[in-house]
Each structure stands twice: as C-alpha cells, then as structure tokens.
Design a protein around this ligand. Sequence first.
Ligand code: ZN
Length: 70
Amino acid sequence: MAGDPASPPGPTHSPRPCPICRRPSSARNHPFCTPRCADVDLHRWLVGSYAVAAEEEDAPSEDDEAGSTG
Ligand SMILES: [Zn+2]
C-alpha cells in the first residue's frame, strides 16, 4: 500500500515579489507592493526612455588603436 504524498500546505501559485523592493506584492497594487513602488517603476521607465532617445544622436566613432610612434 502506498500512501499518497500529501502536498505541503502552501500557496499553489508563487506570487511574484515587487520588482522594486522585492517585497511580497499586493493584489491591489499588483505587481507592486505599494502604489509608491509603482510610481518608482514608472519614473524609471520614463527616464530610461528619454536616455535611449537622446543617445541616438551621433554615431560612435571607432577611431582607436592607432599605431602612432613619436
Ligand atoms: Zn515594493
């Protein structure tokens, strides 16, 4: 007779932690734990967007490793 291995008492699904502070996210502020963290993420996103857009201004020049003796 083999007894069925009872599953350990715990959450069936693993809730993802807050990407900002790694704290257990709240259903109300999913996937963040608090509206504050949600704001932080939004801010980062905006800043990153601007940074990327401003970077493609002029192409980088590969003018290195020049054998110059003098
Ligand atoms: Zn958080």
